[in-house]
Design a protein around this ligand. Sequence first.
Ligand SMILES: Nc1ncnc2c1ncn2[C@@H]1O[C@H](COP(=O)(O)OP(=O)(O)OP(=O)(O)O)[C@@H](O)[C@H]1O
Length: 556
Amino acid sequence: MRPVGSKYLLEEPLGRGATGTVWRASQRETAGAEAAVPGQPGETVAIKVLKEELANDADVVMRFLRERSVLLRLTHPNIVRTRDLVVEGDLLALVMDLVDGPDLHRYLRDNGPFTPVAAALLTAQIADALAASHADGVVHRDLKPANVLLKTDIDGQMHPMLTDFGIARLADSPGLTRTHEFVGTPAYVAPESAEGRPQTSAVDIYGAGILLYELVTGRPPFAGGSALEVLHRHLSEEPRRPTTVPEPLWTVIERCLRKDPSQRPSAENLARGLRTVAAGIGVHSSSAQVEAALGVAALLGPDPAPAHVPGTPGSADPTQVLPTNAGSYDPNAATSVMQQTGPGQGQGPDPTSVMPPVPPGNDPNHPWQSQLQAARDRSEQTQVQYIDPSQDPLRRRPQRQQQRPQQPQQGYPPQPQQGYPQQPQRPQPQPQQQPRQSRRQARQQPQPQQQQYAPQPYAPPQPPPQQPTPRQPRGRSANPMRIPGLGCLKGCLFSVILIVVAGWLVWELTPLQGWIAEGKSYWSAIGDGISKVSDWISDLGGSDPGAGPPDPNTGQ
Ligand SMILES: Nc1ncnc2c1ncn2[C@@H]1O[C@H](COP(=O)(O)OP(=O)(O)OP(=O)(O)O)[C@@H](O)[C@H]1O
């Protein structure tokens, strides 16, 4: 069990909606003087704990506190009483009377449609509640069967109790409007709310007309399809009378569903008209009652001074922006949080707002604005983040091939290569679009850098940036035929040729052939060779050149 403030304890969740979770809770202590109903320890209450995103919104908290007195003083037999408001840390909670009974949405689902008389009488009580709140300047703005609780009396009679008063009003703070969301339920949204036009208490009459239609038919008139389609239908489609709806009742429904809010009846006239219809369409109705019911249109005068909704949210033109929940719309779902298209149109600033009014079209968080800004950011990144081709891994390889035959210039940036114009090295403000344009131009017609960047406004000469000394180009290869792979083998090949030539000379010019033919051993052949050479040398040095060899017998 989780405490809420010092006075209440949450026991079990009763249900969850778009704006928060409703809990069954018990009272620990009697509340202080600030509560509308101090209560007694042990009493059971219902507590709606608002969602964290609402509780964290400063505007919602301010409005919550400011409207405390309005919410707490709103008492009517057909309105669920708000007993206390709790603001503690990041928790916002409404303490309400616990209503022991189903909500109208669940009841309809379980039991099917009401008879026309029952539907008219039930809706008349809801109109009573609306009349009281409108007289107090409070517009509900989220009227739907799920926000009507059915309280069963001791005598078995069912009383509709309108709940969630002021929740739409609280949730729809300037803060939330700035985040382009508004709180509402597509099937029950009045055309002016869908369009972002100024809203009055007539939006509740529209909601009552939809609810009445649903009570007698089992489904709202504009349902099915996406939220976007539903909003379109509210704006453009006229409701058709189902055959089961008596003519006087249809007159009331049709008047409530007028697109023009000023043609809808006031809540008070609606209640009176519905009771007249209920009396005139019963099986025991007198002819006077039938007559009165048939003339109900005359009773449905509009509200001469409708309550205005302060700080009405901006345009929710469904033709402009798809609601976030458009794809998964459930007509029976809880209040939807839908995207707004923009700031309010044709309405005055919220006098209760703590935020300065945002001029139309200047909302910095408008979806179009943020999308535009994101597009601008992307575009700027493209222009600023220029990649040097030498750093671009996709371009490194072709650049190297093209640089090889070039003679780099000392002290200057490399010349632009074909298809890869160089960004000037100086950090200079670039006119937007330029890099892209230059790239495209360069691809189409490769030109020297000076021509490509000639129109640039930053002409004043500056000292050239320090560049690493470029590598000297290689000399022309010794391999004129450029046979791949031959360069590394040329030394070996040259050595082999030398060995072959040397071997051939040795074979031809030395007595090697004779030695091999005589079959001498290597060492004896070597010894013979040496002695022959030494004899030849001694002959050269000691003997008469004209004399022959000495006679061994005479010694002369
Ligand atoms: N005072 C109450 N007493 C008993 N049950 C309540 C009370 N208030 C609400 N509930 C129940 O709590 C559930 C959730 O209420 P909640 O108002 O959050 O639902 P919702 O109207 O569908 O949501 P939302 O209004 O945020 O779209 C409903 O089923 C309703 O029956």
